[in-house]
Design a protein around this ligand. Structure first.
Ligand SMILES: Nc1nc2c(c(=O)[nH]1)N[C@H]1C(S)=C(S)[C@@H](COP(=O)(O)OP(=O)(O)OC[C@H]3O[C@@H](n4cnc5c(=O)[nH]c(N)nc54)[C@H](O)[C@@H]3O)O[C@H]1N2
Ligand SMILES: Nc1nc2c(c(=O)[nH]1)N[C@H]1C(S)=C(S)[C@@H](COP(=O)(O)OP(=O)(O)OC[C@H]3O[C@@H](n4cnc5c(=O)[nH]c(N)nc54)[C@H](O)[C@@H]3O)O[C@H]1N2
Ligand code: SF4
Ligand SMILES: [Mo]
Length: 682
């Protein structure tokens, strides 16, 4: 096969790395190979294993090619082909009738980050639903608890640049599976270690990243705030804070010192499961090594007290002055820095022109089960799903499914493949992949803005989300001129925010360069000289509100619940999947069919390796194959996510077990605070 040309693209998956791609196109116009762009400073010429194989997905015989209408029962998966005209007519008519009978808020969009492209993530769709007066979705499923925690700590949610990690002398991956979920940070860590840096992991599960670390701290789930408070105890007790930084750029140090006095290493040891000596050593090393970088990913904030955990951890670099250094500070997400003009893209003001004439109600996506089964005034009568697979990824699936099965609920699903969610649809619409449509990309693990143009033709009759919502707007008689904006019009609008980080970045420049670094100093040291986004401009400790509370569903939480369901289930990401996007690959289905138990917990239940195990609690059950290993602590079980329920033998996955209890702040789901019992299936 000869390569006739090489084109540029961007990986649109929900991954911090936001890779710049090169695709080889053969003489028949077919994509023959995907590679990382060697010129992109973070992609550096390589891709993760799952996307290196993305052309399998692109050309899979499982791609949806035509609009479909359901002919079987909901969830059964029997459909017949219809035309786009029929599909759009039916959707327009059903949305009109829901709005007429129950009010427009009975329409609920449900979407997340199947694509991270600014427009196809949230562009024409937002305009469309705002103009209708549909319920607004609070997109909490992933990161809002952490965002609020970070905000409470530093105000402006800026982060250490990935490229600066190479300068660090100590790197802590705190609830961050870098090898699995953020592999383009790894080469910078390798470089730092070559220069003598130490690399530690703090995680209840010793995954690949933990195995490659110099020290793995096996922490009890949901106890991170206790560890961070105790580290502050040691740092302030031993006078290891950066006095000059603390004095000039923080507020409330004296109260903080007083507040953490009770957080002795012995107390934190009892909660976290780490030894008191380990806590002392870690705190001292963190405070006395410079530069020191913390890569905090989203694992920590998927617990009931996730926002407080993130906030407490995010105060550490201000205490030690780590923000001063290139390669010092903390990285949760870089996305805040992009400062695009979201209002110009989404046009929230259209709500006032809707028949509602006001802002519509907000529905939390983490509570989809409740929304579909208990919400009234109005109830949800029409659901439009895109960029997401809620019948796999949302918590408390039994309630979600009760909702999706309702006969009086009209469901539309825009998808590339026939997911579990698509099985519940009345109408399925075939969607393009990121190789087939235009979009603009931020990153959440670097500071480069990128543009991608279609590099391959859409198969069959697949359409982009942008095109679908444009056509639907026309079909529903919405004549506002914004519904005829082109993708390029919308990209220009997004870039025109006036923020200095975007100055000089135009569509033309992106077209030419493919990726452009935000217009910020290099290195970007956001808080080296203070300048926090708080009322005082300082990092405000607010010691009076710092505390540790155990998650209700944890070993230190509700003891009567724990007596029945004594194991803490976490369900972190699978290294070769992307949430549920590649769940139909056989090896991912096999991996997500396993649960890891500590040898003591397995022995107590007569469970041996490869036994089938039933995990259960009051919400549901699922059966998995046992892996027995001390990669989890005693009392913790770990089952990687996310599986397609229809590919599980019993149709059940760990999300049958997870709850709709929300995090302390931010309204996030608490996937990793989940008590279960395990028994051997004989
Ligand atoms: N390969 C792959 N990459 C992905 C994804 C994927 O599914 N697969 N998903 C993408 C998405 S949507 C996201 S949000 C990011 C997430 O990226 P990460 O946040 O890195 O991934 P998680 O697996 O959610 O959690 C990270 C680690 O937190 C640990 N953890 C769980 N509970 C606790 C706790 O209480 N305390 C501490 N300290 N650690 C805890 C988990 O065991 C896990 O190893 O990754 C993205 N990238
Ligand atoms: N137990 C457990 N559950 C979890 C998590 C966990 O760690 N444990 N993680 C949670 C997290 S962090 C997240 S972010 C969510 C993720 O949950 P989702 O956002 O639902 O992510 P995916 O499962 O990847 O599903 C994305 C879907 O979008 C489709 N898609 C991709 N591009 C396009 C497009 O351009 N148009 C359209 N119409 N469709 C497209 C893909 O085919 C795919 O089926 O899952 C959450 N659920
Ligand atoms: S999933 Fe992440 S690491 Fe893999 S190619 Fe996409 S952006 Fe890069
Ligand atoms: Mo996520």
């Amino acid at each position: 096969m000869t390569v006739s040309r090489t084109l540029h693209s961007v990986c649109a998956l929900d991954c911090p790395d936001g890779c710049a791609l090169l695709i080889d196109i053969d003489e028949h116009g077919r994509g023959s190979k995907l590679r990382g762009n060697p010129d992109h400073p973070v992609t550096r010429g390589f891709l993760c294993g799952k996307v290196a194989r993305y052309l399998d997905h692109e050309y899979s015989s499982a791609r949806l090619l035509y609009p479909l209408r359901r002919i079987g029962a909901k969830g059964e998966g029997r459909f017949a082909r219809i035309s786009w005209d029929e599909a759009l007519d039916e959707i327009a008519q059903r949305l009109h009738s829901a709005a007429n009978e129950f009010g427009p808020e009975s329409i609920l969009p449900y979407s997340y980050a199947g694509t991270m492209g600014v427009l196809n993530f949230g562009g024409m769709d937002r305009r469309f639903f705002h103009r209708l007066g549909a319920s607004r979705l609070d997109r909490t499923i992933c990161s809002t608890a952490g965002m609020v925690g970070m905000n409470d700590a530093v105000g402006y949610r800026y982060a250490v640049e990935p490229e600066q990690f190479r300068n660090a002398r100590l790197i802590i991956a705190w609830g961050a599976n870098i090898m699995g979920t953020n592999v383009h940070l790894w080469p910078f860590i390798v470089e730092a270690r070559r220069n003598g840096a130490k690399f530690y992991t703090i995680d209840p599960f010793q995954n690949r990243t933990g195995k490659l670390s110099d020290r793995h701290y096996s922490i009890n789930p949901g106890t991170d705030a206790a560890l961070a408070l105790s580290m502050m105890h040691v740092i302030t007790r031993d006078g290891l804070e950066d006095r000059d930084y603390v004095q000039r750029h923080t507020l409330g140090f004296a109260e903080l010192k007083e507040r953490v006095r009770e957080w002795t290493p012995d107390r934190a040891a009892q909660l976290t499961g780490l030894s008191a000596q380990d806590i002392v050593d870690l705190a001292r090393e963190y405070a006395t090594t410079r530069p020191a970088a913390i890569r905090l990913n989203y694992g920590v904030q998927r617990s009931e007290r996730g926002a407080m955990s993130v906030r407490t951890i995010a105060l550490l670099p201000a205490l030690t002055g780590a923000w001063r250094d290139a390669g010092g500070g903390i990285q949760l997400s870089t996305s805040y820095a992009f400062h695009l003009n979201a209002n110009a893209v989404e046009k929230p003001e259209l709500q006032f022109q809707s028949r509602l004439g006001r802002e519509s109600r907000i529905v939390n996506m983490a509570l989809l089960g409740e929304a579909l089964t208990t919400l009234s005034d109005p109830p949800v009568k029409a659901l439009v799903v895109y960029n997401s697979n809620p019948a796999a990824i949302a918590p408390d699936q039994n309630q979600v499914r009760r909702g999706l099965r309702r006969d009086d609920l009209f469901t539309v699903v825009l998808e590339q493949i026939q997911t579990d969610t698509a099985d519940f649809a009345d109408i399925v619409l075939p969607a393009t992949t990121f190789l087939e449509h235009t979009d603009l990309y931020k990153g959440y693990g670097h500071y480069y803005l990128q543009l991608a143009r279609p590099v391959l033709p859409a198969p069959g009759e697949a359409r982009s989300n942008q095109d679908v919502f444009r056509s639907l707007a026309a079909r529903m008689g919405l004549s506002d001129t914004c519904f005829t904006d082109t993708d390029d019009d919308m990209i220009r609008a997004a870039l025109a925010s006036g923020h200095p980080f975007l100055s000089g970045i135009t569509l033309e420049k992106l077209e030419q360069n493919h990726f452009v670094r935000l217009n910020m100093p290099a290195p970007f040291l956001p808080f080296a000289e203070g300048g926090f986004g708080t009322p005082s401009g300082k990092c405000e400790f607010h010691a009076e509100t710092l505390d540790y509370q155990p998650p209700v569903e944890s070993r230190h939480g509700d003891q009567s619940l724990k007596s029945r369901f004594p194991l803490e289930l976490i369900s972190p990401k699978n290294d070769d999947n992307m949430n549920s996007t590649f769940a139909s690959r056989a090896e991912n289905n096999a991996l997500t069919d396993t649960v890891t138990l500590h040898p003591t917990d397995a022995a107590a239940r007569g469970i041996r390796p490869d036994d089938r195990v039933r995990l259960f609690n009051e919400r549901g059950e699922c059966s998995l194959r046992a892996v027995v290993a001390a990669t989890v602590g005693q009392g913790v079980v770990c089952a990687r996510s996310t599986r397609w329920p229809k590919l599980a033998g019993d149709g059940q996955t760990v999300n049958m077990l997870t709850s709709q209890r929300l995090t302390d702040k931010g309204g996030g789901p608490s996937f990793y605070s989940c008590l279960v019992q395990a028994e051997k299936i004989s």
